[in-house]
Design a protein around this ligand. Structure first.
Ligand code: FES
Length: 222
């Protein structure tokens, strides 16, 4: 089993939201306690469990290159590169956010002009390099390349099909939403996130739930 196929962490984002929406209060920098009382567990959002966010460096997820920053020259149009976000810790160190499977990413580099709307082109690098969450919005499997149609994506679980040149919109199968695009930029020779996913990732049905979660993340770790 590769590192990006690990199971959901014990404390999921859903529990985070449930706690937060129940009237949670921030304690210290990374923990929330339900207002319902001490019978409820303390929720701790560690940096490893956080979603990709602004400033994170995109690093390889493949075990052979795990933790190496992804370079432009690593990317192509017909073979995705799986990656994790790597953030900073409060003491100035770095942390790979690899404990939540929903944080795993897929990156492509398409020839100029192939990336079109609804891709958010201003969230790509030069209209050529694009990053998406790589967890299928149907049931959470990792999405891969479509072997029969290079440049498209296929989910191996129930044949969901996505087009990464068009905002990873669903072009077949049961997924309810596109894969979420991650805004990125080039900083030196590194690819860096400039914000959270631009639409709902797996595990969220409504934009407002995702927005509320990201606000809680910023409050806890920002
Ligand atoms: S999990 Fe991807 S199509 Fe069902």
């Amino acid at each position: 089993m590769t590192r990006y196929k690990r199971q959901d962490p014990e404390l999921t984002r859903r529990k985070f939201i449930n706690v937060a929406m129940g009237g949670a209060a921030a304690v210290g920098t990374v923990s929330l306690v339900s207002a319902l009382g001490s019978a409820k567990p303390v929720f701790r959002l560690t940096p490893e469990l956080a979603p990709p966010m602004s400033g994170d460096v995109i690093v390889h997820a493949d075990p052979s290159r795990y933790g190496e920053p992804v370079k432009v020259s690593d990317l192509s149009a017909d073979k995705l590169v799986r990656a994790w976000p790597m953030g900073k810790t409060s003491d100035g160190g770095t942390v790979i956010r690899d404990k939540d499977p929903t944080s795993v990413l897929a990156l492509y580099r398409f020839p100029k002009g192939q990336l079109v709307e609804p891709t958010k082109l201003d969230a790509t690098i030069d209209g050529e390099i694009v990053a998406y969450g790589d967890r299928c919005t149907h049931a959470g499997c990792n999405v891969g390349d479509n072997a029969q149609q290079p440049g498209l994506m296929n989910c191996p679980c129930h044949s969901g099909q996505y087009d990464p040149k068009q905002g990873c919109k669903v072009i077949g199968g049961p997924p309810p939403h596109p894969l979420p695009q991650l805004p990125i930029k080039l900083q030196g020779n590194q690819i860096v996130a400039t914000g959270f996913f631009l639409s709902v990732p797996y595990g969220f049905n409504k934009e407002e739930d995702w927005e509320q979660y990201t606000e809680q993340v910023k409050e806890a770790l920002g």
